[in-house]
Every structure is written in C-alpha cells, then in structure tokens.
Design a protein around this ligand. Structure first.
Ligand code: BEZ
Length: 230
C-alpha cells in the first residue's frame, strides 16, 4: 500500500469534518482519523437540501477561518485542531466520487485544500475540503447556542431530522480519538437532548390528558345511557 502523500497523481484525499465522518463517500480505500488546523467548526451553514428545506432551512457545520472567527463574538471556545476523517479515493474513481460529492454537498459549499494531520503521527496529507465560506448565501454566522439548539431541534429535511445530524456528529467525534470532542457540538447536543426530553414530557402529559378526557366521556355516556333506561 503506498504511503499517505499529497504528491502522487493517483491519490485524491478528502477531509470530512461533518456528515462525512459517519457517512463516508463511496469508493474510498483508506480512512484515517486526524485533524486540520487554522479553522473552527461551527453550525453556521443553512441546509435547504438535507436537514431542512428552502422554506425552513436546518443548520449544518462549516469551517470558519480561525483568524476571521477571532474577530467575532462567539459563545464557545475552540481548540486549534478540528478533528475529522481523511478518505483516499484512487484516481480511477475520482470523477465518480466528485460527482457524488457535488450532488451531496452543494448548497453553498466550495472546494478548498488544507493540510491534514493523521492522528498516528504519519506524514501530513493535502486534502480537499468543502467549506461554506462567509460569502456564500447559506452562511448564517454566530447565533446564541440556545436559539441554535432550538432551531436544530425543530428542523427536518430530506436526509432526516436535523437533530440526528448533530447527535451523530457528536458520537462520531467521540469515537475518533480521546481528544476529538468539540465543545460547540457537545453543548448544542446537550441542549437538544434537554429540548427533546421536554418535548417528550409535554407529549406524554398531552397523551395522558387525552386518555383521561376519553375515559370521562365514556363514563359520561354510560351515565346518560343508565339515566335513559331508568
Ligand atoms: C463534511 O462532512 O466534511 C462535509 C459535508 C458536507 C459539506 C461539507 C463538509
């Protein structure tokens, strides 16, 4: 197996920092956990095509250049490493995979290249990465974490509930390495789980109120019948 390197014409490497971590691209032949630097991962990109709709866009992650992020007011800290997964796609499959990715990842994302550091300490790899930059139409920017969590909690798109994307990302990051957790993702996931619990409790209360009402109606109609038969 050739060493991981950016120099070979035969190699195309893709860095995944969002759904690609748990939903790999087709036809890859190597998958390596690791990180990139100089960026911050944030749920600041609207999703009209996967986790929301054009009428009610959801929220997905993008990478923010750290130097730009430092000029903003944000509620979460961020370490200098953004953890994710690099996938190698051999030359013969590149066109097919790029076509798949363009369909899957479009909606404001553009292609960039960034050095990737494999977690096993092996050589740095040049990776292609999809980024929704602040200039793209779907870029939302900073938002209060509770508002953002509520937005994610209620959003839904063709790929499923927005909250599933968030919770899958949290789990996938926890499984990459002991240091790959992300405070922004963790805090949003914690808030969304709390919202979910509250929604379930409200649902259960409504269901038991309906059951009591139905029971009372039954009792009432039996009484009426008994009244009439007397
Ligand atoms: C990712 O998983 O890295 C990703 C997915 C969609 C758009 C951009 C990035």
């Amino acid at each position: 197996m050739p060493a991981a390197s950016a120099d070979s014409e035969a190699e195309f490497w893709l860095f995944g920092y969002g759904s690609l971590i748990w939903k790999p691209p087709p036809l890859y032949d190597r998958r390596i956990p690791g990180y990139v630097t100089g960026y911050v991962r944030r749920f600041w990109q609207a999703s009209q095509d996967h986790r929301g709709t054009p009428e009610a866009p959801g929220r997905v992650v993008t990478l923010i250049e750290r130097s730009f992020w430092e000029t903003l007011t944000d509620h979460h800290d961020s370490p200098d490493k953004v953890w994710g997964t690099a996938y190698r796609i051999e030359a013969a499959k590149v066109a097919e995979v790029r076509e798949y990715l363009d369909i899957r990842e479009i909606n404001g994302y553009t292609v960039h290249y960034t050095p990737f550091h494999p977690s096993d300490g092996s050589s740095i790899i040049k990776t292609l990465v999809y980024i929704g930059t602040p200039e793209n139409d779907q870029f939302v920017g900073p938002q209060h974490p509770q508002k953002l969590a509520e937005h994610i909690h209620r959003s839904f798109g063709p790929s499923g509930p927005n909250k599933d994307y968030l919770l899958s990302l949290e789990e996938a990051l926890d499984n990459l390495s002991s240091e790959s957790g992300d405070a922004h993702v963790k805090d949003l996931a914690t808030r969304v789980r709390k919202l979910e619990k509250q929604a379930n409790a409200v649902g259960e209360r409504a269901a038991s109120a309906t059951a009591v009402t139905n029971e009372l109606k039954k009792v009432g109609s039996t009484d009426e019948q008994e009244e009439m038969e007397k």
